[in-house]
Design a protein around this ligand. Structure first.
Ligand code: P6P
Length: 338
């Protein structure tokens, strides 16, 4: 909220999306409702992540039982169930892909809608015990023309998404979202249960001073990664070294990169030929957001959003962040390809 706005003129995410919807005369309101469902899921997860830290709900049941004697489920499984049930009952979704579901969920006739949602309900959940920020990552496609809603509606380039976003659960819940014309950030006001606009029109700096990569994999890196990250640590005379920041939770690492600039990478290497991060519900939404904020996202040799996933859990390498930093990597790959 800008300084001069009176407290009584609060811009919530719902209001912001409705204002956006009014720009499209044929808008049905379905996307607005769908985003409200996603907000509900994020509010639920936010509450339970906070509770989990207090009630030690995290981790496998391991014999722990809840009051009705049922085995406690891992938080990410519960989070997944909340999103799947809420999205299915919305009647706005035909296909769902979740990090927690082996196969795509094709919604039954009668409840099918115009959209497909791909999501990781609780990315980085292994970090919850340590109190590290975790998050929900999501992307939305419209069902293809003449499609009744099936797997082909999601095995598409990320550039065809209509919405991408994440919700980071930390000291507060921060939603960062793009509907294809810029990026806005919202903070959950637990008092009124609404996401309030706090970071309008996020733009990533053209170049940063931070690099974010798991250096524990450096012995497996290709020549480009070895040369590139070395150049950040041992720059030419007169240039400052970059700082290293790596949390190991994608939402937290990308959120910092988006706000402060620099580069986040999960490269392919000799151990993981396609890297670790999943294309549909990690790489695409983050690449979409970073591009919308004026940055870039590449696999090393091509734009991430131009990749076509072979299957719903396919992976790809990713370098994302400030335009000039990512272009340095791009040039190195081009040089090594000659
Ligand atoms: P590594 C979390 O498990 C995750 O999927 C991403 O959130 C994170 O960026 C990555 O894995 C961290 O992987 O191999 O560095 O521990």
């Amino acid at each position: 909220m800008s300084e001069d706005k009176p407290v009584t003129d609060i811009i919530t995410l719902t209001r912001h999306v409705l204002e956006e919807q009014r720009k499209y005369k044929d808008a049905s309101g379905d996307l607005t409702l769908l985003l409200n469902i996603i907000q509900l899921g994020c509010k639920f997860v936010s509450t339970n992540v906070r509770k989990a830290r207090l009630l030690n709900l995290v981790g496998l049941a391991g014999g722990a039982q809840n009051v009705s004697g049922e085995d406690q489920k891992k938080l990410d499984i519960i989070s997944n169930e909340i999103f799947v049930n809420a999205l299915r009952s919305s009647g706005k979704v035909s296909v769902m892909v979740s990090e927690e579901e082996e196969a795509a969920i094709i919604v039954e006739e009668g409840l099918k809608g115009k959209y497909c949602v791909v999501f990781d309900p609780l990315d980085g959940s292994s970090n919850i015990d340590a109190g590290v920020n975790v998050g929900t990552i999501f992307g939305i496609y419209r069902v293809l023309e003449d499609s009744s809603g099936n797997i082909s509606d999601v095995l598409r380039p990320g550039r065809e998404m209509v919405v991408a976003g994440y919700c980071m659960y930390g000291s507060s819940a921060n939603m960062v979202i793009s509907l294809g014309n810029g990026v806005n950030g919202y903070t959950l006001d637990n008092g009124i249960g609404e996401f309030i606009l706090t970071h309008p029109n996020i733009k990533i700096p053209p170049r940063g001073k931070i690099y974010s990569v798991n250096e524990g994999n450096s012995k497996y890196w290709d020549e480009v990664c070895t040369e590139y990250f070395h150049s950040l640590k041992f720059p030419p005379e007169g240039k400052s070294s970059y700082s290293a920041r790596y949390i190991g939770s994608m939402v937290a690492d990308v959120h910092r990169t988006l706000l402060y600039g620099g580069i986040f990478a999960y490269p392919s290497d000799k151990k993981s030929k396609n890297g670790k991060l999943r294309i549909l519900y990690e790489c695409f939404p983050m690449a979409f957001l970073v591009e919308q904020a004026g940055g870039k996202a590449i696999t090393g040799t091509k734009r991430v959003l131009d990749v076509v996933p072979e299957s719903i859990h396919s992976r790809c390498p990713i370098f994302l962040g400030s335009k000039e930093d990512v272009e340095d990597v791009e040039r190195l790959y081009q040089k090594h390809a000659q």
